[in-house]
Design a protein around this ligand. Structure first.
Ligand code: ATP
Ligand code: MG
Length: 479
């Protein structure tokens, strides 16, 4: 618990309140936790993020580290990204940083580019102006600035428009203190997930916040505050109104986050699962039960994700789920007994993930992967060895799938062969004949190669596949 805290004025300035502004608490005076009362050290903050903040401050602007970066540092975890909030407008930011691009059509944000594809997002403090459907800008962040109106806010409004109290903490570099407008520090200390403001209103504004509340509870092993959870249980159907692309993207992140099993169970308890993966609720939710074959396999995915510390390829995870939806097997023997041909498999895949908008290309990859799995599963081992597996597009994904299933029909020998082929493919030995076509396929070809790299399983490289996905929104360049 924080030992001491001080307060300071939040300063409303001249911000205009919109008609739809949600109720903010009476006081906008934050609690300030000085350096001695928190564990965030400058040395853990990315040096480029520090440079940006220092430069902004030198030019007379406010600049705080915000969002997930502060939360993770306070939890003793390595943040995925370091986002900065400032009172400088995107134009002001661009004037200060040569390596900067303003992104967003309706909502302007600055991306500052560094070596090794690093991008730091610098956003102007936002006002509490809600759009009916929050649209993602980067990393799914709901963007609330309307460019034409230039509706920028203050640190206080920026904090209140965020989703969870633990995601709304600011780290101030000039004083090394944590500024807390919403009670996030207390919630962090008591391991509580709490939505900011009235839960129902906040979920109506953006139903994806229900998923985010559950994700952060599962990921941090926090419990969800009563009203925050009750409103999800009462209004889970709102998720059907959210952008399908966004919902898929959020679920994809969830599945590869290292907490997929607790997350799916929490989704089930909160009533959200029926809108996302209702197939998992069939047969009395047998797949999600403690000790089930499926939950053990998911547990292995989670363990793998934690060890590799990076986003896993969704293809292998969705393929594994599809495999279990074939017959809800309770053991590997059950799964192995499955006799089906390619056509039956195709039909099955078409019937999977009915509530999700899985992109066509992803469905094709799942189809290819499970086709390969089926073929190898039904082929005698001596013939498998002669199949030039390293030339198969899905070999890396198959290596992961077999590993997560935990067993194979050939006493581990199949996994050995597949991993060897995947490793050959990633080192280029199996890809020469296809190099021209891979160039033609752009990102996917590269990411595929990376995803099968031996380093990948040791967690030493950042997944190109995940960064290329992000690349759609955060375009790469060097400083
Ligand atoms: P992760 O570690 O998964 O990146 P994160 O909390 O940083 O978690 P981001 O999607 O990167 O998640 O969002 C950054 C910040 O933006 C969040 O911490 C939160 O303050 C804010 N945010 C994101 N999504 C929403 C939303 N739907 N509504 C309100 N605020 C949001
Ligand atoms: Mg983040």
């Amino acid at each position: 618990m924080p030992r001491e805290k001080s307060t300071r004025s939040g300063g409303r300035g001249s911000r205009k309140k919109s008609e739809t502004t949600p109720q903010t608490p009476e006081t906008e005076t934050p609690e300030v936790y000085p350096r001695n009362d928190h564990c965030v050290s400058r040395s853990e903050i990315d040096s480029d993020a520090l440079k940006i903040m220092y430069r902004l401050i030198r030019h007379g602007y406010k600049a705080y580290l915000v969002g997930g970066g502060v939360r993770d540092l306070l939890l003793g975890k390595k943040p995925k990204d370091f986002d900065i909030a400032t009172d400088a407008t995107p134009r002001n930011i661009k004037a200060l940083f040569r390596n900067c691009r303003i992104i967003g059509r309706r909502f302007k944000l600055a991306h500052v580019y560094f070596r090794n594809n690093k991008i730091i997002e610098v956003a102007t403090f936002r006002d509490i102006v809600e759009s009916s459907e929050s649209s993602p800008s980067s990393d799914g962040e709901a963007s609330l600035i309307v460019e034409q109106n230039n509706v920028y806010g203050t640190p206080a409004t920026d904090a209140f428009r965020r989703d969870l109290t633990i995601n709304a903490l600011f780290y101030e570099l000039s004083t090394f203190s944590i500024i807390d407008y919403v009670g996030g520090m207390k919630d962090l200390n008591s391991k509580t997930i709490r939505i900011i403001g009235d839960p129902k209103t906040r979920y109506q504004e953006d139903p994806v916040r229900m998923m985010r509340a559950i994700r952060h509870a599962a990921r941090a092993h926090f419990s969800i505050e009563k009203k925050t959870l009750a409103a999800i249980q009462n209004h889970h159907a709102l998720i059907e109104e959210a952008s399908q692309v966004r919902v898929y993207e959020e679920l994809r992140k969830d599945l590869s986050s290292g907490s997929a099993l607790p997350m799916l169970r929490l989704y089930g308890d909160a009533g959200l699962l029926q809108h996302l993966l209702p197939e998992l609720l069939l047969n009395d939710s047998v797949l999600l039960k403690e000790g089930s074959f499926f939950s053990e396999a998911l547990g292995r995915i989670d363990q793998y994700a934690c060890e590799s510390k990076e986003e896993l390829p969704t293809t292998s995870i969705l393929a594994m789920i599809a495999l279990f939806l074939l017959s809800y097997p309770s053991s590997f023997e059950d799964l192995a007994e499955q006799r089906l041909d390619r056509e039956e498999l195709n039909d099955h895949l078409k019937s999977c993930f009915i509530k999700l908008t899985v992109p066509r290309k992803e469905r094709e990859r799942i189809d290819d992967l499970l086709g390969l799995w089926l073929r190898l599963f039904q082929t005698p081992l001596e013939r498998v060895a002669k199949l030039n597996l390293e030339r198969r597009r899905s070999i890396g994904d198959l290596a992961l799938l077999l590993r997560w299933l935990g067993e194979d029909s050939h006493e581990g020998k199949l996994l050995e062969l597949v991993e060897e082929a995947a490793s050959k493919k990633s080192s280029g030995q199996g890809t020469k004949r296809r190099s021209s076509s891979r160039q033609g396929r752009g990102k996917r070809g590269n990411s595929e190669q990376k995803s099968t790299s031996p380093n990948r399983s040791k967690g030493k490289t950042r997944s190109k596949r995940s960064s290329s996905r992000r690349g759609n929104r955060r375009q790469k360049s060097s400083e």
